[in-house]
Design a binder for this molecule. Sequence first.
Ligand code: PDD
Length: 276
Amino acid sequence: EKVYLNGEIKDAHDAKISVFDRGFIFGDGIYEVIANINGRLFYYDAHLDRLKDGLKKINIEFDTSSLPKAIDALISASNLKGQDYMLYIQITRGVAPRKHAYPETAIPTVMMFAFPKTLPDNNEVNAQVITRNDFRWSRCDIKMTSLLGNVMLNDEAKQHDCYETIMHRNGVFTEGSHCNLFFVKNGTVFTHPADEFILNGITRIAVLELCKSLNIEVKETPIKTTDLLNVDEAFLTGTTVQIASIQQIDDHILYTENKKGSVTKKLQEAFLKLKY
Ligand code: PDD
């Protein structure tokens, strides 16, 4: 396996970073995961733009214009040209003595790797999910590498043999531990607004655009936990889940067998034909 590290492509076991890297010590960095599907990186520019925004939000100075060339080199070295793969990009603040405030001279650490992965046909997924209190911090819009909250919440889903944990904060549903959350009620699609309580997923944005082009009404309004019994459909979106239909939320069954909702189905079918 090859790894891109600070301008060089190395074998994974030769790619070394300092234990004083602030990514390791503080989780002080951001990341992106991009899927290459049918020979193209899915909304590549949107992912790179979000990365750029993230760097700005946490005051890491790094010029991302060098990345596309580096990514090409990494994909070639990884023998992934023409295959489906996942690309991981991480930029941390760099190496500095352990002090909380941003160091003045640290040089960002840039690390990337890619691995072959053909996404499963998620039109086949009928997800069971659990609900938990969203105990993460209040800047979930930053795609930071410190994912302990997400990791803890996702592991609970695993312990319950479930596909995902969906979260609620102050009485409204926010998102999943690694994906965004949508509901459908009387033909209208609902999702939490892209504020500081969710990550504004690239897949989320693509699905919102799809709704518009399919004349499906959309409200970026969160669903209340007390309204759960009144929703008709629910689904998850994200780079690794695409659009995954939710069949069951805790004890509440939304549909049985493979009879998923018509809006979810319509969006899944249109999603496969997306040009990006
Ligand atoms: N997760 N919300 C959270 C908390 C996420 O971690 C992700 C992505 C999303 C969906 O974003 P996008 O559509 O841009 O992938 C929403 C990535 C894939 C991960 O951590 O592996």
